[in-house]
Each structure stands twice: as C-alpha cells, then as structure tokens.
Design a protein around this ligand. Structure first.
Ligand code: NAD
Ligand code: SF4
Length: 442
C-alpha cells in the first residue's frame, strides 16, 4: 500500500469538522510553524521539500514564495486557486469537500510564511456546495483562535475569504483569477510582472493551488527531508491524481511519486485495469491541456524505460514522445474510443472558453473546431489534416496566456500519434458517420 500524506485521514468519520480534525493531529503543524519555527524557517522547509505547484505547471513553491516582493507598508496576499476546471481534474474538489481544515491549516501556515494578513480562496462556480463547507471550516477555526487577531498570542493576524467564480475556465489562469477577484472581467494579464511582484490590487501576491497549500501541512509536520523520500528526483512527495475514463475504479488517488504508470492503471489499489477487459488505446495523463499518449508510449518511454508517474518521466522525450503530469487529471481511453471525436470535444471546449483577447486563440480555436467537426462528421478532406497542424502551430507560443497552448497541444499530439485515424475518417465518410454513435455533440 502506498503511503499517504494528504488523504491519510480522509476515511475518518467527521474529519470535515474541527473537533475530529484536531483530535487526529490537526493544527499541530500550524502550532509548530507559528510558535516554534517562524516565517523564514517555514519558507526554508518548503524549499527543502522540493514541493512543486500542484495546479499543473509544477513550479517550485518555495522559490515562488521567495520571489514575493516586500515593499514597506504594502500588503501581501495569498490567493488559493480553487478554480479547478481542467477537464479530467477533480482532485481539489475531493480535498475541499472531505478535509476542508487541511486547506485552512495550510492557508494559515502559508500566509504566515509570506507575511500575508488576508488570504482568498477563489473557487470554481460549479462547485456550488463546497463554499459552505469551507465557510464552516473557516468559522470553526476562527472560533477556536486559529484565525482572526493575535493568533496563538504571536501577534500574527489572518482572515480568510471565500470568493465564488461564475463558471469561466479562464478564471483559473492566475492573472484572470486576480482580475475576477478585483470584480472585473476575467481577462488574463501579460506576464511579467508576475503576481509575486504585482498581483491583487497591484500588491505582491502568491497564487497557489489547493493541493499545493494543503501539502504544506505534512511538510511542516514531517520536515522537508522526509517529504522528499516520497518521490523520485525533482518529483518529491505525494500527488493527488483524479482518474477517469474507461477504467474499473475511477476516483481520486494519492500516489507516492515513485510508482509506474502501468502500476497506476492496472493495480487494484488504483485504477484496477481497463473496464470490460478491453485493450488500452491511449491516455491523457495530466488534464485535457496536455498531449495524449498512445499505449505504446504510455507504459514505456521512447528509450524503452518504464514510464513513471513523475513530472520528469511523463515528459521524457518532450512532446514528440512524451506528455506532462500537469494537474493530475488522468483520462484513460480503451480501444473503442475515437481520437478524432475526443479531439473535437476538447477543441469545442477551448473555443468556448477562450476569452477572445488574442486573435490566434480567438480565431484559431474556432477554426480548429470547424475543421475537426468536418473530419469527424464525414465532410473532411486529406488537406484538412495538414491545415489543422498548421493552425495549431500558429497558436502555440503566440498568445497572452497558456489557454492558447492548451488548445494547440491536444490537436498536435492527436495528429502526431493518430494521423491514420484522421485519414481513416476522411477516406470513409459514411462509416465515419455511422461510427458517431452515442450522444451527438450539437
Ligand atoms: P506558468 O509556468 O506560467 O507559471 C507557474 C507559476 O510560477 C505561476 O504562479 C507564475 O506566476 C510563477 N512564476 C513563473 N515564473 C516566475 C518568475 N520569474 N517570477 C515569479 N513567479 C513566476 O504556468 P501557469 O499559467 O501558472 O499554469 C499553467 C498550467 O496550469 C498548465 O500547464 C496546466 O496544466 C494547468 N492548468 C490547470 C488547471 C486546473 O484546473 N488545475 C486548469 C487549466 C490549466
Ligand atoms: Fe484569452 Fe486565449 Fe489569449 Fe488566453 S490565449 S488571453 S484565453 S484569447
């Protein structure tokens, strides 16, 4: 059995509530951080742990914290990105729903380390029932003296606020999130300046994902050196993976980052194998924005090495033969799945969610959707495949925020690895239509 650091107490009845959380070791890390460590030591411990951002980018958390500007008399903010909207990703929802105090405790320790007196949780609008759970946990923590003024008599003050989003995927991009939090339309800002220098209301701000902030609690409890031992190389600690698609046991799993992709898919502890005993066709390992991998490149790298559930191994070979761990949204496809249809589904999503600020993304996502629609519905030409390739190339790297790349990469990977399937659709327009069983997209 893999060891757990975040979900180890998730099965305990009543862990959602303060008394049970506290009785099971909750807030011990906060007490240690505030009373005996001090802010700088907490930052050092997080640096030592090698913790990387769990939202998808994998940026070193301690480094991000150390970038925060500290001009005299200017407030600093911590913003928790709970706008979990990446298709296939639902691990933060689990954490907030079942162990909300882990997030509240993580926010307390992280805000203390950053010298922030206000922290915000910006939560996806569709997670309609979770803000109440968070508000209750925050109220309980405040009632017990973990929030508010002069926490534990240390002179440190902190308030936590919950803000609901309104259903826009783009508001998960950190600068769009900040715009939305300020009450404006969620349009991404050009970076730099990064939020650590100029963030919420122009003040230094750290934006961290839910899981990242929660991971600070075990790091303080066990120490950075111990945390490292749960992973390999620069992939330290544990990672929450939301597994879905054609598997026997979809759900949220906490893995040590030292297991293979094969073990994750086939062992009974995790996905339990492919549903109905079918063959594995492909997998998107890190949420819809990352490249799809065919089965032969998923279990072994192009060098023939075992593919591991780590940032490095999943990216081995770059995008030519690899993918990304991303947000841990693990989407498994069996032999019956149509790659063209999947790619069209994602293209529709990105077109719908584009904020429209930059023309390569605004126009390109719609164009890709139209071409993919034609191919999938038996109206495509062979030249459309090259046209698609050309459009995605012109989007990638030419936009303000990563949504442009996120729209381009799945199309590129689908053509790179499954070009024959696109050609098959063009050559068999009637069969392509009859293969469109199931729910129509329009
Ligand atoms: P990024 O690499 O641009 O930035 C990562 C983080 O590091 C940011 O917080 C950024 O401000 C900070 N940073 C980078 N360089 C810095 C510097 N020099 N100084 C200060 N701070 C610096 O990536 P991103 O836009 O934050 O995230 C993209 C990822 O988000 C994608 O790879 C995708 O996997 C993921 N994603 C996740 C979801 C979800 O629901 N979890 C949704 C969409 C996308
Ligand atoms: Fe908006 Fe797309 Fe440009 Fe991002 S890449 S700023 S979503 S138009």
């Amino acid at each position: 059995m893999g060891r757990k650091l975040l979900l180890d107490k998730a099965h305990i009845e009543g862990i959602r509530y303060y008394d049970t959380y506290r009785a099971n070791g909750g807030y011990a890390a906060a007490e240690k951080a505030l009373k005996s460590m001090g802010a700088e030591a907490v930052v050092e411990e997080v640096k030592k742990s090698g913790l990387r951002g769990r939202g998808g980018a994998g940026f070193p958390t301690g480094l991000k914290w150390s970038f925060i500007a500290k001009p005299e008399g200017v407030p600093r903010y911590l913003v928790c990105n709970a706008d979990e909207s990446e298709p296939g990703t639902f691990k933060d929802r689990y954490l907030m729903e079942f162990i909300p105090h882990l997030l509240v405790e993580g926010l307390l320790i992280s805000s203390f380390a950053l010298g922030a007196n206000r922290a915000y949780i910006y939560i996806r609008g569709e997670y309609a029932w979770i803000p109440d759970i968070l508000e209750q946990a925050i109220a309980e923590a405040k009632n017990k003296g973990w929030l508010g003024k002069n926490i534990l008599g240390t002179g440190y003050d902190l308030e936590i606020f919950v803000q609901r989003g309104a259903g826009a995927y783009i508001c998960g991009e950190e600068t769009a999130l900040l715009e939305s939090l300020e009450g404006k339309r969620g349009n991404p800002r050009i970076k730099p300046p990064f939020p650590a220098v100029k963030g919420l209301w122009g003040c230094p701000t750290v934006v961290n994902n839910v899981e990242t902030i929660a991971a600070v609690v075990p790091i303080i409890n066990i120490g950075g050196d111990e945390y490292i031992k749960f992973g390999i190389g620069k992939s330290t600690g544990t990672k929450l993976i939301s597994a879905c698609g054609n598997i026997n046991k979809p759900g949220v799993y906490e893995i040590e980052m030292n297991i293979s992709v094969e073990e994750f898919i086939y062992s009974d502890e995790y996905c339990g194998g492919i549903k109905g005993g079918k063959r594995l066709k492909a997998c998107i390992p890190g949420g819809s924005s990352v490249p799809v991998l065919p089965a032969n490149l998923l279990l072994k790298t192009a060098k023939g090495e075992t593919r591991m559930m780590t940032y490095e191994s999943l990216n081995d070979g770059g995008f030519a033969t690899g993918s990304m761990l991303g947000s841990g949204g693990f989407i498994v496809m069996d032999e019956d799945q149509c790659i063209v249809r999947n790619t069209l589904t994602f293209a529709r999503f990105y077109h719908h969610e584009s904020c429209g600020q930059c023309s390569p993304c605004r126009e390109g996502t719609g164009w890709m959707k139209k071409v993919l629609h034609n191919i999938e519905y038996g109206k495509g030409k062979m030249s459309d495949i090259d046209l698609l390739w050309d459009i995605q190339r012109k989007i990638e790297g030419n936009t303000i925020c990563p949504l442009g790349d996120a729209a381009a990469w799945p199309v590129a990977a689908a053509i790179r690895h499954f070009r024959d399937e696109f050609e098959w659709h063009v050559k068999h327009p009637d069969e392509a239509l009859t293969r469109n069983f199931g729910l129509a997209h329009y």
